[in-house]
Structures are given as C-alpha cells and as structure tokens.
Design a protein around this ligand. Structure first.
Ligand SMILES: [Zn+2]
Length: 268
C-alpha cells in the first residue's frame, strides 16, 4: 500500500499515485519495511511498522481507508529505540496519497560533492530543498530552474570532455551555437541528442527530460505539478554533476596509472 520509495523519499504534499491497490479494506494493507537513517545507530537501518492502520484515534470498526489520514509508526530494528512517524492522507478513491506530516522531518540534506561543485549556487539549491520540504512546488521549481540557468554553460562544457573522439567535432560545433542564445531550453535543445551513453541511464536522456521539464514547468500552475517537475530537475542535475565528477576522476586515475606503467617501462 504505502511504497518504500514514497515513505523514504517523498517530501510533504508531493502526490504519489497508487497503482496496485485492489482493496479499500485497511486490514488487508501491507506494512512495508523501510530503510532510513537511524539517529541512534548513526547508520542506515531497517525500520518496521509497529502499529496497525486501525490504531488509536480511529474507529476500529471502520475498515474503509478512503479519505482518511493514517498515522504510521516505525521503529529501528537494530536499536529498537529510534522511531520514525509518517502521517499520510489517502484520497476518496484510494488513488492518490501524500504525506501531511513526518517526524523527524524530511531531511534537507546536501551531498558534499554537490555542495562543492555548485559552490556559489549551493545556497540557491538549498533554498530549493527547503521549498520542496514544505511542499512549495512553485518555489522549488523556480530555484532549481535558476540554478540550471546559471550552470548550464559550464555543464555543457564539461560534457564535452566525455564525448568520443568521433563525435567530438559535432558536439563542439553545437556547443559553439549554444553561446549564441541566452535561453537555457534552446541551449539544451542544440546538444541534447549528442550526449554520450555514459550520461544516459537505461537509454533515458536526462537532457531531453530537462528540456521538457523546463518548457512545460513554465505552464504548470499548481504547487503539486511544480513539485513533480522540481523533483525531476533536481534529480537530473544531481545525476549529471555526479556522473561528470566520477568520469573525470576515473579518467584521471587511468592517466595516472598509465603514466606509472610507462615510467616503469622506461626504467626497465
Ligand atoms: Zn537504530
């Protein structure tokens, strides 16, 4: 019923569409174990749900889960002392759910690598995370779009280093054209079909998605719709930045090991 990803990752008020529910009877709902940070164990641990969907505060004989808020209590299975709690609203048709509360609160965490890479834009990124944590989708979208606009030139330049020799000229040519426009979507459009497969997980093109999110997001009016777009933009930026950093590091490692091999050979 309440999916692992939803409980672990979703911020407040971000809509989750349930696809596999075939019953409104809460007694038949499954209690999903989750894996999250335990503040006592100071590591990620499995948490199990310790109460029932029909627990205190509700009529025990009311087994229809529609249009209700559920209080889910979770306990760390390792220390048996650290608790997590989620308040979740289930809509009238048992089709959509969202969190209305969570304790400890959804973490506004920023990856060290990311903060370092974003440098002066890290503050804006954090503001996006704060908006997201409160369900302010329009705000989160605006902050993540702003970052995208500010780093897009650097980002596209960095991608150039990851392109094979055969396609490099083509990419560089497109990259030159991106300097002629100030519109982020147009820049992305020029190069999105030329990115290397290392930047395409499962064949999905993150620049293609980024392009459509930035274009469509402008017309989305609700916090709910913007929250979804904001989350996609954030995930793509994180993915691209991490991929670029790790490719650079492995290339550097490769060059260094080649150098040491060659150095050994020359002394032999
Ligand atoms: Zn623990």
């Amino acid at each position: 019923m309440f999916k692992k990803d939803f409980l672990e990752e979703y911020s407040l008020f971000r809509n989750f569409r349930i696809e596999d529910v075939n019953t409104a009877n809460v007694q038949l709902w499954h209690k999903t174990p989750i894996n999250m940070k335990c503040h006592v164990c100071s590591s990620n641990q499995t948490f199990n749900m310790t109460n029932d969907f029909t627990d205190e505060g509700y009529d025990k004989f009311e087994i229809n889960g529609a249009d209700r808020v559920f209080d889910l209590k979770y306990l760390c299975q390792s220390c048996k002392s650290f608790k997590r709690r989620f308040f979740i609203y289930v809509d009238e048709n048992i089709e959509n759910i969202h969190k209305v509360g969570q304790y400890p609160e959804w973490e506004i965490k920023m990856d060290k690598n990311l903060a370092k890479t974003l440098h002066k834009h890290a503050k804006t990124f954090r503001k996006g995370l704060v908006c997201e944590s409160q369900g302010y989708g329009i705000g989160a979208f605006a902050y993540y779009r702003r970052i995208t606009e500010e780093i897009i030139d650097e980002l596209l330049d960095s991608i150039s280093d990851l392109i094979d020799l055969e396609r490099k000229a083509e990419y560089e040519e497109a990259l030159e054209k991106t300097k002629n426009t100030r519109v982020t979507q147009e820049k992305i459009k020029l190069v999105k079909d030329l990115i290397p497969s290392i930047l395409k997980p499962n064949g999905m093109n993150p620049l293609g998605v980024l392009h459509s999110e930035l274009s469509e997001g402008l017309h989305a009016e609700t916090d709910e719709a913007c929250l979804e777009s904001a989350n996609h933009i954030k995930s793509i930026l994180i993915f691209l930045i991490n991929q670029i950093i790790s490719s650079r590091e492995s290339a550097k490692g490769f060059t260094e090991s080649m150098k040491s091999i060659l150095a050994k050979k020359s002394t032999n």
